[in-house]
Write a protein that binds this ligand. Structure first.
Ligand code: NAD
Length: 359
């Protein structure tokens, strides 16, 4: 396994470069490993962020993903109140190869060389079993089998549920879902559990998924109405809950949204920054994705610590209070909720930097 630091001078002109602290290239041709590890900011603590395995069209695309996603983790971890920085690893699958235990062990050896500055976890394309292979080479990994967070999605669903309650209270004046309708797009790991919580709290459900069996089960279980997946955002509901793919909020869909609130688990919901303004102009209350979907990372961060069982639930439920603060400040200052979320994260980082300089 070969590990090389990419110099800042090589990255300076890269559009996704944001003065990342460390960016590393990892290669081990014997096991088909070709990866980037990006540590964006460790002001608050070691950089925690998942390991994505993907077939990228080019090396440049993989690097862009690592730079962009690691920066996102800095903001997510800061806003979630975790004493953790932001990092991410991407493994670019080579044509004709599949990830093997040996590949993950070699990747683990690279993480071990970073002496705990980066902690990895499961992400798109990886599983708890893969993390078990990583754990054979390093202790700096979360979400291994038996760690209690093999599947972080129940925590993500819990956080989104509390975020929705905060949004409903901000918009309608009471934390009460009785009689409100929620259009849940995507009934996967997070969406299904969330739909269950919403139904139990008295919300009426409109559901959509590409998987018809899931939709049918939801219809039978909660007497849910069914919408075509491509029309979920336009359903007549007070709350639109995106729990499928990203970029669902854009110049085409936003004019069609009739909901008062958009609050769901999907990552990167806004196609562009302007879409946050489009939502505000339509008086749609948007729960910033990385604020509302932080439940999983909170559970991973606390896994294996003394506070694992009680602390995680408490901290995940606190996502509701964080969102309430974002909504109130956005209304007061006449700015988008997305901007306020970024600002709160930056304020926490700036305060921590000042403290460490003063010490
Ligand atoms: P998942 O793959 O288990 O579920 C996604 C579901 O969406 C599937 O049932 C799929 O059939 C459906 N789907 C795909 N395209 C669709 C479409 N166009 N319309 C309707 N349904 C569609 O994923 P998940 O773990 O439940 O995660 C859902 C979203 O939340 C993703 O964007 C993910 O990145 C994000 N997220 C998940 C977690 C977590 O803990 N799992 C944490 C943070 C963010």
């Amino acid at each position: 396994m070969h590990l090389r630091h990419i110099a800042a001078s090589e990255l300076e002109k890269h559009p996704a470069y944001d003065r990342h602290e460390e960016v590393l290239r990892v290669e081990d041709p014997q096991v088909g490993l070709s990866a980037f590890i990006a540590l964006h900011d460790t002001t608050l603590g070691p950089a925690l962020g998942g390991c994505r395995v993907w077939r990228y069209a080019s090396e440049a695309e993989a690097l862009t993903d690592a730079l962009r996603l690691s920066r996102g983790m800095t903001y997510k971890n800061a806003l979630a109140g975790l004493n953790l920085g932001g990092g991410k690893a991407v493994i670019a699958l080579q044509p004709g190869t599949a990830p093997s235990p040996a590949l993950f062990r070699s990747f683990g050896a690279a993480i071990e060389e970073l002496s705990g500055r980066y902690v990895t976890a499961e992400d798109v394309g990886t599983s708890p079993r893969d993390m078990a292979s990583v754990a054979q080479s390093t202790a700096h990994v979360r979400g291994t089998p038996g760690s209690g967070v093999e599947d972080p999605s129940p925590f993500t669903a819990l956080g989104v549920f509390h975020g929705i309650l905060a949004a409903v209270e901000h918009r309608f004046g009471a934390r009460d879902l009785e009689g409100l309708t929620a259009s849940v797009q995507g009934l996967g790991h997070v969406g299904w559990r969330l739909a269950e919580k919403l139904a139990r709290s008295g919300a009426r459900l409109i559901v959509s998924d590409l998987d018809e069996a899931r939709v049918e089960r939801a219809r039978a279980e909660w007497d849910a109405m069914v919408e075509h997946p491509a029309r979920a955002h336009a359903a007549r509901a007070e709350i639109f809950v995106p729990c499928a793919l990203g970029a669902g909020l854009n110049r085409t869909t936003i004019p069609q949204i009739s909901a008062d609130i958009v609050a769901g688990a999907a990552n990167n919901q806004l196609e562009t920054r302007e879409d946050a303004i489009r939502l505000t102009e339509k008086s749609i209350l948007y729960a910033p994705d990385y604020a509302i979907n932080a439940g999983g990372v909170i559970a991973l961060a606390l896994a294996g610590t003394r506070r694992a069982s009680t602390g995680a639930t408490e901290k995940v439920e606190a996502i509701g209070a964080t969102l309430a603060a974002i909504f109130a400040r956005a209304s007061r200052e006449g700015r988008t909720t997305a901007e306020i979320a970024d600002q709160l994260a930056e304020e926490r980082l700036t305060a921590a930097r000042r403290r460490s300089q003063a010490a």
